[in-house]
Design a protein around this ligand. Structure first.
Ligand code: NAD
Ligand code: UDX
Length: 473
C-alpha cells in the first residue's frame, strides 16, 4: 500500500469530530488521533477528569474516552502543530446555513471549511490526505482541492515538499446512537479520484468494518448522497407528520397508520414516528442546501419539492403550540405549563433546531410561565436558545418567564398543562396519579412523542392529547 496512515488530525471537536475520532482511536490502537479545535473551552471539556462533563453526551462515549484519551487519542488547540504531523486530516467543522450574502437562508456557510483548507495548505508536510467529514454542498471538494493546489504551486506552504489528495467521507451517525452507528455502520461512503488515497482511508475502516460495507464512488456522488440521505429521512418525517394532522381530524390513529404502511417491505418501518417536528443540526440545513443547489442549477421544480419538507415541518411545530393555547380556553397568559424535554431527541444534550425552541418561544410570547425539565440539557443552553434568562426566584415567576426544574414532580406543581417534547425514557415511567394530584384543574397532558399509554388515563381526570390520535379527542 502506498500510504499507511499512522497519524490522524481531526479539525473540529464537535458532535461528529469527537465521537468519530474516539471510535477510530479505539479501533485503531496503532494510529495516533489528534482532535483539534479553536474553541479552548470545548477542548478543556474533552480533557475533563470528570467523564460526566464531556461536551457531548452520547451513550457509550465516556467509556471509550476513558480507554483511549492520552493513549492514542488527544484533544488540544495546537492546530498547526497537529496538521504538520498528520498523514491524514479530517475536516469536521460546522457548516451552518448562511445568514447573509449570496444564498442567505439556504446555502451552507463554508467559511470554516475554507479556513481549514488554508491552514492545511500552509502547515502540512509531505503527502497529506484531506478528508471531508463535514456535510458539504456538491463540488466543495473541488474548492478544497484548488486551495491546496494553489498553495502547492505558489509555495505558500511552510515546507516545499507538500502534496495533497482530497476525499469525501460523509458521516451518517445519528445523535443519541452515535457510538453504535459508528461501530456498526450501515455503510462507509468514500468518494475520491485517486485509488491510493481511497485505499489508505479504507485501510483505517477495515480495522472494524467489513469490506462489503465500504462503498466507493466519485467525489460528487458521495457529497450528493449525504444531502440526499438526510433529505429522504426528513421527508418521511414530514410525510407522517402531515398524516398525523389528518388522523386527528378523522378519528384515525397515526401509530396504527404507521404500522400498517411500515409493514409494506417497500416502505419499511423506520422513520415513521410522528413527533413535534424534526430538529437537529442537519435535516433543515441539508435540505435547504439541496434547495439552494437545485435553484442554482436552474431546477426550480426540484427546489420547490424539497422546500416543502421544511415548510411542512415549520407548520407542524406551530400547529402544536396553537393547539395547546386553543385547548387551554384560548389563553395561556399567566398559566404554568410544564415542558418535559428540550433536546431535539432523546439521549443527547444537543438542542440545535429542537422543536422545543419554537414551541416554547410561542408559549412564552402568549404569556405562559414555563417550567422546563430535561435530564441532560444545561439550563444555560436553554437561556441561549430562548434568548431569555430563566427566572431565578421561582416564586416570583410571572407572565412570559421560564424556570428550569430538575425534578419532574416539582415541574408539574400547579401547572395547567404538561407537554412532552422529547422521548426521554423517564417520561414513559411517570406515575400519572401523582402528577394529577399536584396539577391545577382542569389539567391537560399533551404528548407529542407517543410516550404515554392512554390506558393509564382511563381512571384519571386528566385531559389527554396525543399527536395524531383522533380516537381520544
Ligand atoms: P459542531 O458545531 O458540534 O462542531 C464543529 C467544531 O468545529 C466546533 O467545535 C468549532 O469550534 C470547530 N471549528 C470550526 N472552525 C474551525 C477551525 N477553522 N479550526 C478548528 N476548529 C474549528 O458541529 P458537528 O455537529 O460536529 O458537525 C460538523 C459537521 O458534520 C457539519 O458539517 C455537519 O453537517 C456534519 N454532520 C453532523 C452530524 C451530527 O449529528 N451533528 C451528523 C453527520 C454530519
Ligand atoms: C440525522 C441523520 O439520521 C443522520 O444519519 C445524519 O448523519 C445526521 O442527521 P440526527 O439529526 O442526529 O441524525 O437524528 P435523527 O435520529 O435523524 O432525528 C432527527 C429528528 O427527527 C429528531 O428531532 C427526531 O426526534 C426526529 N424524528 C426521527 C422523528 O420525529 N420521527 C422519526 O421517526 C425519526
Amino acid at each position: 500500500m502506498k500510504y499507511k496512515i499512522k497519524s490522524i488530525c481531526c479539525i473540529g471537536a464537535g458532535y461528529v469530530g469527537g465521537p468519530t475520532m474516539a471510535v477510530i482511536a479505539d479501533k485503531c490502537p496503532n494510529v495516533v488521533v489528534e482532535v483539534v479545535d479553536v474553541n479552548k473551552e470545548r477542548i478543556d471539556d474533552w480533557n475533563n477528569e470528570n467523564f460526566d462533563k464531556l461536551p457531548v453526551y452520547e451513550p457509550g462515549l465516556s467509556e471509550i474516552i476513558k480507554r483511549c484519551r492520552n493513549r492514542n487519542l488527544f484533544f488540544s488547540t495546537l492546530i498547526e502543530d497537529k496538521i504538520r504531523n498528520a498523514d491524514m486530516v479530517f475536516i469536521s467543522v460546522n457548516t451552518p446555513t448562511k445568514t447573509k450574502g449570496v444564498g442567505a437562508g439556504k446555502a451552507s456557510d463554508l467559511k470554516w471549511v475554507e479556513a481549514c483548507a488554508r491552514q492545511v495548505a500552509k502547515f502540512a508536510k509531505g503527502h497529506t490526505i484531506v478528508v471531508e467529514k463535514s456535510t458539504l454542498p456538491v463540488r466543495t471538494a473541488e474548492v478544497i482541492k484548488s486551495i491546496l493546489e494553489s498553495s502547492e504551486k505558489n509555495s505558500l506552504t511552510e515546507s516545499n515538499d507538500s502534496s495533497f489528495d482530497v476525499l469525501s467521507n460523509p458521516e451518517f451517525l445519528s445523535e443519541g446512537t452515535a457510538i453504535n452507528d459508528l461501530v456498526n455502520p450501515d455503510r462507509i461512503l468514500i468518494g475520491g479520484e485517486k485509488e491510493d488515497a481511497i485505499e489508505a482511508l479504507c485501510d483505517v475502516y477495515r480495522n472494524w468494518v467489513s469490506e462489503e460495507k465500504i462503498l466507493k464512488t466519485n467525489v460528487w456522488s458521495s457529497e450528493l448522497a449525504k444531502l440526499t440521505a438526510n433529505a429522504f429521512l426528513a421527508q418521511r418525517i414530514s410525510s407522517i407528520n402531515s398524516i398525523s394532522a389528518l388522523c386527528e381530524e378523522t378519528g384515525a390513529d397515526v401509530r396504527e397508520v404507521s404500522r400498517a404502511i411500515g409493514s409494506d417491505s417497500r416502505i419499511g418501518s423506520k422513520f415513521l414516528q410522528s413527533g413535534p417536528g424534526f430538529g437537529g443540526s442537519c435535516f433543515k440545513k441539508d435540505i435547504l442546501n439541496l434547495v439552494y443547489l437545485s435553484e442554482f442549477f436552474g431546477l426550480p421544480e426540484v427546489a420547490t419539492f424539497w422546500e416543502g419538507v421544511v415548510k411542512l415541518n415549520n407548520w407542524h411545530q406551530k400547529r402544536i403550540s396553537k393547539l395547546v393555547v386553543k385547548k387551554l380556553f384560548g389563553t395561556v397568559a399567566n398559566k404554568k405549563i410544564t415542558i418535559l424535554g428540550f433536546a431535539f431527541k432523546a439521549n443527547t444534550n444537543d438542542t440545535r433546531e429542537s422543536s422545543a425552541i419554537p414551541i416554547c418561544k410561542d408559549l412564552i410570547e402568549e404569556g405562559a410561565i414555563l417550567k422546563i425539565h430535561d435530564p441532560k440539557v444545561d439550563p444555560n443552553q436553554i437561556s441561549r436558545d430562548l434568548g431569555k434568562e430563566q427566572k431565578k426566584e421561582k416564586d416570583l415567576a410571572k407572565e412570559g418567564d421560564w424556570i428550569f426544574e430538575k425534578n419532574i414532580k416539582s415541574a408539574c406543581l400547579d401547572s395547567d398543562a404538561l407537554i412532552i417534547l422529547t422521548e426521554w425514557s423517564d417520561y414513559s415511567q411517570i406515575d400519572w396519579i401523582e402528577i394529577e394530584n399536584v396539577m391545577r384543574k382542569p389539567s391537560w397532558i399533551f404528548d407529542s412523542r407517543s410516550v404515554i399509554d392512554p390506558k393509564d388515563f382511563v381512571k384519571s381526570n386528566l385531559n389527554v392529547w396525543r399527536v395524531g390520535d383522533g380516537s381520544i379527542l
